[in-house]
Design a protein around this ligand. Structure first.
Ligand SMILES: Cc1cc2nc3c(=O)[nH]c(=O)nc-3n(C[C@H](O)[C@H](O)[C@H](O)COP(=O)(O)O)c2cc1C
Ligand code: SF4
Length: 518
């Protein structure tokens, strides 16, 4: 059997030099006259080890990483094609602690094989959920998803089954499934990683959603910054269509479902579901007032399920293994697993799928390995640009929607950004207001005007002008934005601002006072 070498081709690994490594390996194979098959898999998500290449040996896969093009000659000299020892040797991939500690349900296949091989997908359990779904009544599928406890992974944590039930119960000659792949939050890349590393799981999840609710058409709205994901998803849809996974008779059943990939134009607010629907309809990405809910009047005025990539990609395993299996993982009302994306100033950056319930400290210190700079962790922002900054004093918070809310925080799309003790939290608070001002859709006053007034007020604080008065003003402004904004862009910007003020008051003293204190 000719050797097989796995080199990730997803954009995360490419950004870290995987293409150069692939070229160097191909060149070395040619020069040494060795016949081998190079498979471009997705990444397994341990980005601190990328480019991580793997070889299939008689004793299973052996990984090496992070591999540089300059390592390639010595890898061949060390006999890496049969798992030989080398300074980049990592051993069996599933024994690497970062991967071994995970519970992979949604990402079970991600990074193992060629993402566009439907046969590989099926050989690893793919399509079993859909096979079960086509034999079930729509209401029973919806019930199974509801019973699993799955909640939306896009940010709001709304129960997926309840959303689907509203669409199922709304009579219409046309319904849609829209997948939200705008993934605008800082530190997040789970949607991208799965679309590039295991695209069929999303297609399978969307098809199940269609059959469950009576929708025959689906759209994936992908941000323009993700060209690799767009290309992979387009190819995967084509393959699924040819194989009869999509089309007028899904897997030979009487159910019809087909889908299209659409590309956004680069606005954070277009990740907000109603703004996204406007954008999909070719209109300006402005937030719509609710009601009506998209589940009743969504895309082109028709009942629409709009779900995040990870919510939909988690459905196949629920339909395969059952609601009880999925619900068994997690804590409280946060059931199943969540792909936590660890980024920022952190040693072990990457995607870590685990059952809900690990504490923030375990995630940052044990799994993330502390800061990349080796300095103490000062703050961790959880949930993207609208998430709160947590100090070390709150590191005992379990990763759970309700537990984070109790401490004025949010999980969002489960991206966490680590900051060391050089971070200036006044600057971070100002950045939150600035981000809101730039990304605001402009529909409502608290967000459109408030964010700019927020920047000005924080600037006055930084300059030491009437600190007490301006601190009170920012607090008051945050209250107005929180309770008076139409959507969570204006409504949640107070979280990073107020958490900075509450947990890091020393950073809000005038610059001169801070210099004196130091
Ligand atoms: C400003 C803003 C940006 C958002 N961006 C995203 C996004 O990029 N991806 C996403 O899935 N949800 C995003 N959301 C949440 C969506 O509005 C919506 O709750 C989600 O798509 C529903 O899917 P889910 O129930 O599967 O989470 C955003 C919300 C707001 C207010
Ligand atoms: S809060 Fe901001 S983004 Fe949301 S509707 Fe109002 S102006 Fe638009």
């Amino acid at each position: 059997m000719i050797p097989r070498i796995y080199i990730p081709g997803d954009s995360g690994a490419l950004a870290l030099g995987a293409e150069k490594v692939a070229k160097a390996i191909a060149k070395e194979l040619a020069e040494r006259g060795i016949e081998a098959k190079i498979v471009r898999n997705g990444s397994r998500g341990a980005y601190f080890l990328e480019p991580m290449i793997e070889v299939a040996t008689a004793n299973g896969r052996v990984a090496y990483g992070p591999v540089k093009p300059s390592d390639v000659k010595s890898l061949f000299d060390s006999g890496f094609l049969t798992g030989g020892h080398h300074k980049r040797w990592l051993g069996a991939p599933d024994k690497i602690p970062f991967l071994a500690k995970q519970t992979r349900l949604t990402f079970a296949r991600c990074g193992i094989n060629d993402p566009l091989s439907l046969d590989a997908y099926k050989s690893l359990g793919g399509l079993k959920g859909l096979q079960n779904a086509v034999a079930m009544a729509p209401a029973d599928i919806v019930k199974q998803v509801t019973d699993s406890g799955l909640r939306g992974r896009g940010g709001a944590g709304f129960p997926t089954g309840i959303k689907w039930k509203t669409v199922l119960d709304t009579t219409s000659e046309r319904k849609y499934i829209v997948c939200n792949a705008d993934e605008g939050d800082s530190a997040t890349f789970a949607d991208r990683m799965i679309m590039e590393g295991d695209p069929f799981v999303l297609i399978e999840g969307m098809t199940i959603a269609g059959i469950a609710t009576g929708a025959t058409k689906g759209f994936v709205y992908i941000r323009s910054e993700y060209p690799h994901a767009v290309a992979t998803m387009n190819k995967a849809v084509e393959i699924a269509r040819k194989a009869g996974v999509l089309g007028v008779n899904v897997l030979g059943s009487p159910n019809a479902f087909d889908m299209e990939i659409r590309v956004g134009a680069g606005a954070y607010v277009c990740g907000e579901e109603t703004s996204l629907l406007n954008s999909l309809e070719g209109k300006r990405g402005v937030v719509r007032a609710k009601p009506p809910l998209p589940a009743i009047q969504g895309l082109f005025g028709k009942p629409t399920v709009i779900n995040n990539v990870i919510s939909l990609a988690s459905v196949p395993i629920i339909m395969d293994k059952g609601a009880a299996f999925y619900k068994d993982f997690g804590m409280g009302r946060s059931r199943g697993t969540i792909p936590i994306q660890i980024a920022g100033n952190v040693r072990n950056g990457g995607l870590f799928e685990t059952a809900f319930g690990l504490t923030l400290g375990q995630i940052v210190d044990d799994i993330g390995g502390g800061t990349a700079t080796g300095r103490p962790v000062k703050a961790v922002q959880v949930g993207g640009p609208l998430g709160a900054y947590f100090p070390r004093a709150l590191f005992d918070t379990p990763f759970d929607y309700e537990e984070f809310a109790k401490r004025d925080g949010l999980i969002g799309h489960a991206g966490i950004t680590v900051f060391d003790d050089t971070a200036d939290m006044l600057k971070q608070a100002r950045f939150a207001m600035e981000f809101c001002a730039i990304e605001s859709c402009g529909k409502c006053t608290p967000c459109r005007i408030g964010s700019t007034r927020g920047i000005e007020t924080i600037d006055r604080l930084a300059a030491g002008i009437e600190p007490e008065k301006n601190l009170a003003l920012v607090t008051d402004l945050c209250n107005t934005m929180k309770f008076g904004s139409l959507c969570a862009l204006g409504g949640f910007t107070p979280y990073p601002v107020m958490s900075s003020i509450t947990h890091f008051p020393e950073d809000f003293k005038p610059a001169s006072a801070r210099v004196a204190a130091e």
